[in-house]
Design a protein around this ligand. Structure first.
Ligand code: GTP
Ligand code: MG
Length: 148
């Protein structure tokens, strides 16, 4: 089954949004298969955001993501990578629709609450960066028969 890496950023943790965000993906019908509250070391932040290394806001981005604990998660489900991005809303909260996580809770692009993998390749890469294989749990839920 398809998996994606989602992370409540430091602003989301500080604003008590972990529960709200987990709730949305649970209610949607996706399954949580790994999670941890952690402080990201600078080296991991730089690797995670490697694709943005040349951007003018790279330093700010790394500083922000390491500024407090994040809640890192792996979610599983049909088409979860693309659908989770839709549920998150546009990167810039000025453009994200109401009803999406960023549309409902964020105001500015530098503090946009949540990260989500943008492709199968990034999902695999990011899951590998943040989780060991044994930290992911495979399990069946009866409710899945009513979802898929
Ligand atoms: P992520 O799920 O966090 O990767 O967001 P995204 O895929 O929707 O956006 P992208 O990967 O292009 O950018 C990564 C993150 O950089 C965004 O989520 C923003 O928090 C941040 N970011 C993007 N543009 C800017 C900017 O102009 N200024 C600042 N400070 N941050 C930015
Ligand atoms: Mg991205």
């Amino acid at each position: 089954m398809e998996k994606t890496f989602l992370m409540v950023k430091p602003d989301g943790v500080q604003r008590n949004l972990i529960g709200e965000i987990v709730n949305r993906f649970e209610k949607k019908g996706y399954q949580l298969v790994g999670a941890k509250l952690m402080q990201i070391p600078t080296e991991l932040a730089e690797e995670h955001y490697g694709e943005h290394k040349e951007r003018p806001f790279f330093g700010e981005l790394v500083e922000f993501i390491t500024s407090g604990p994040v809640f890192a998660m792996v979610w599983e489900g049909e088409n979860v990578i693309t659908t989770a991005r839709l549920m998150m809303g546009a990167t810039n909260p000025k453009e994200s629709a109401p009803g999406t996580i960023r549309g409902d809770f964020a105001v500015t692009v530098g503090k946009n609450i949540i990260h989500g993998s943008d492709s199968l390749e990034s999902a695999e890469r990011e899951i590998g960066l943040f989780f060991k294989q044994e930290e992911l749990v495979a399990y069946a839920k009866d409710a899945n028969n009513w979802i898929n």
